[in-house]
Design a protein around this ligand. Structure first.
Ligand code: ADP
Ligand code: MG
Length: 621
């Protein structure tokens, strides 16, 4: 080639991309890059230091922070300590006492193993370690400043280790910019500590922030006690999950406590897991529990709880992510199924009707109802004292052949075979009040049922069962109904055809914003639901998540159908209808909640009534 011998990057526009030879990065920079993966914020430092303390066999761990951990984090433990000559190694990268060969990687039993946490943290802060092994007469100290280790010096201190991290990210301004307020960072530290504390009830944990004690958990040999201490004032609303299972030859043990549906929280952090003693955030496990609660809590909320799972360490890989919070199961499906089944069976066995505390403030069920995200609140009955529902006798008439208006109190004779509220009773007393609620006597007191919510649940289950067999029965429209939909919905009409066919709906796109409905489910037509009031929402729902998860979309759509077709607040019900509805309540599995997770029933217990009326429990009734 001729032409001048110009090194790349020496002219023209390539000036901007400055040319550099390949070279090994200085160790400090390597550590800072590694720190980017492990040390995201003060909470990640706390996590690494506390895990080290646990690996050292500590029984008491104290975390003391200032300024949300940005100014200072000190973690003190009473563990094994680090021998003086090993202090420089502890802060060197890829130095660990926990694994020696790649065989060890296959079955990790310690929290740490990568040997890079201390080096990483030290590279982005001013770190010091003061440590004294139990048998040593004195402590020793090493300080590292932005990665530069000083000499080991004698120091005073009790057996154990104290690691202090000051001025996190002082030398990495880019990282500092991502930090939030001290209060937010402190919140994350609490979160991390809680998750770890749940996994290790036998260790005492204390968190002090700017001189104030934020958490003080004594050691206990009863894991349930630790869970209650962390989850707070919800003890009587927790259900125990316990199972010893066999996953094709390898054992899987599950233990934990999950909150009743009304305790579900808006934050995904409400649900926590320990896997072989390690706090993990795992999609498989989270999904399994959510699935078990499906239909019992509203979709935007997360069940409250903690589950500890133990399985053969060689069947799970924890070396997937530097922070070691994500894992990979060898038998992912089996683990998912096992967790789903054991949580579900606990929920099935439990009486999930929320208690309505007279004069109390809890009423979790009521709060949950108020927070309904799907906007179906409009169909909720007005509370007592609110406006009476307008005469909607037509809808009632459409639901069933017109029957006489229910008398205020009905003695419903049981038809026989069906399960009864009171095992051996043959009649139950039911009253419909304000055309919206059914009041029923039950074993433990008085049950107040929201007729719309319960019927919606019943229809939902019924539709689910029917659709599993065959497509819903549909009726051909004499004149196809033109329905306006949004552009996105019109677009997905063709793609959604197979799903729609199962629902008994046939439609074709008729323009960028309209579809022609050719067939429509018979039962919806029978309930007076017109394609125009149903199809736009349906297509929007399918466009939203149908591509991602057809079954979830189907569930939501059946729910929409159930909601449209269910009796409304204000519909007067005949004796037979009341009976049918209450029978369904006993037959159905998730009768306690409507498909959105709102409660269908509330219970006023006899005990509460007696207390409220100032009668002692022993008073004759
Ligand atoms: P890893 O935990 O992956 O081994 P770290 O960088 O976190 O890597 O720690 C390096 C080493 O320092 C550990 O292997 C351990 O020997 C020692 N060490 C760290 N913290 C403590 C502690 N609190 N008590 C005793 N030894 C510790
Ligand atoms: Mg470590």
């Amino acid at each position: 080639m001729d032409g001048p011998d110009v090194p790349p990057g020496s002219g023209g526009h390539s000036d901007k991309i400055s040319w550099m030879p390949i070279r090994l990065l200085p160790r400090q920079l390597v550590d800072q890059i590694a720190a980017g993966e492990v040390v995201e914020r003060p909470a990640s430092v706390v996590k690494e230091l506390v895990e080290n303390a646990l690996d050292a066999g500590a029984t008491r761990i104290e975390v003391d922070v200032e300024g949300g951990g940005v100014d200072r984090i000190a973690v003190t433990d009473d563990g094994s300590g680090i021998a003086e000559p090993e202090l420089p190694l502890a802060v060197a990268s890829h130095a660990t006492s926990k694994i020696t060969s790649s065989d060890d990687l296959a079955a990790i039993v310690t929290m740490g193993f990568r040997g890079e946490a201390l080096a990483s943290v030290a590279s982005v802060s001013r770190l010091s370690i003061t440590s004294r092994p139990r048998e040593a007469v004195a402590a020793a100290r090493i300080a590292v400043d932005g990665g530069d280790a000083g000499p080991v010096a004698p120091a005073a201190g009790p057996p154990g280790t104290r690691v202090e991290v000051r001025q996190l990210f002082w030398n990495v301004p880019a990282r500092r910019k991502f930090l939030r307020s001290a209060a937010t960072e402190l919140g994350r530290i609490e979160e991390v500590l809680e998750s770890i504390a749940l996994c290790r009830p036998g260790v005492a944990f204390r968190l002090v922030s700017d001189g104030k004690v934020r958490m003080d958990l004594p050691a206990t040999d009863d894991p349930a006690r630790r869970v209650r201490a962390v989850l707070g004032d919800v003890a009587d609303a927790l259900l125990e999950v316990q199972a010893d299972l066999d996953l094709g030859g390898s054992p899987l043990a599950v233990w934990g406590l999950v909150g009743r549906p009304e305790l579900a929280r808006a934050s995904a952090r409400a649900l926590r897991f320990a896997l072989n003693g390690r706090a993990v955030l795992d999609r498989t496990l989270t999904h399994a529990v959510r699935e078990a609660f499906r239909g019992l809590v509203e979709p935007g909320r997360t069940p409250l709880g903690f589950l500890a799972i133990e399985l053969d360490p060689s069947t799970v890989d924890v070396n997937v992510h530097p922070a070691k919070t994500e894992v990979r199961f060898r038998q992912q499906q089996a683990v998912h199924g096992a967790v789903l089944r054991c949580v579900r069976s606990v929920l099935r066995a439990a009486d999930l009707v929320p208690a309505f505390e007279l004069g109390g403030t809890r009423g979790g069920g009521l709060d949950a109802a108020a927070a309904h995200p799907l906007g179906a609140g409009a169909e909720r009955a007005p509370g007592p004292g609110g406006p009476m529902p307008s005469a909607s006798f037509e809808t009632f008439a459409a639901w069933a052949a017109a029957t006489a208006v229910a008398p205020p109190v009905v003695e419903v004779a049981s038809a026989g075979a069906g399960p009864l509220l009171h095992g051996n009773r043959t009649a139950r007393r039911v009253m419909q009040v304000h055309g919206s609620y059914l009041v029923v006597e039950d074993r433990e007191g008085i049950l107040v049922v929201d007729q719309h919510a319960l019927h919606e649940r019943a229809m939902f289950e019924d539709l689910h069962a029917r659709i599993a067999q065959s497509p819903l029965e549909s009726q051909r429209m004499l004149v196809p109904a033109a329905v306006e939909v949004d552009a996105r919905a019109a677009e997905c009409a063709d793609e959604a055809a197979p799903l729609l066919a199962r629902l008994g709906i046939e439609l074709v796109a008729a323009g960028p914003r309209s579809v022609l409905v050719q067939s429509f489910p018979t039962f919806l037509l029978g309930r007076g639901v017109e394609p125009a009031e149903f199809v736009p929402g349906l297509l929007a729902r399918i466009a939203d998540d149908g591509r991602a998860d057809v079954e979830a979309a189907l569930s939501e759509v059946l729910d929409m159908m159930a909601c449209k077709a269910a009796v409304k607040a204000g519909d007067r019900l005949s004796g037979t209808e009341l009976e049918a509805l209450l029978d369904a309540r006993e037959r159905l599995e998730r009768a306690s909640n409507c498909p959105h997770g709102r409660p269908t029933s509330l219970r006023i217990s006899l005990r509460d009534l007696e207390r409220s009326f100032g009668r002692s429990t022993s008073a004759s009734r």
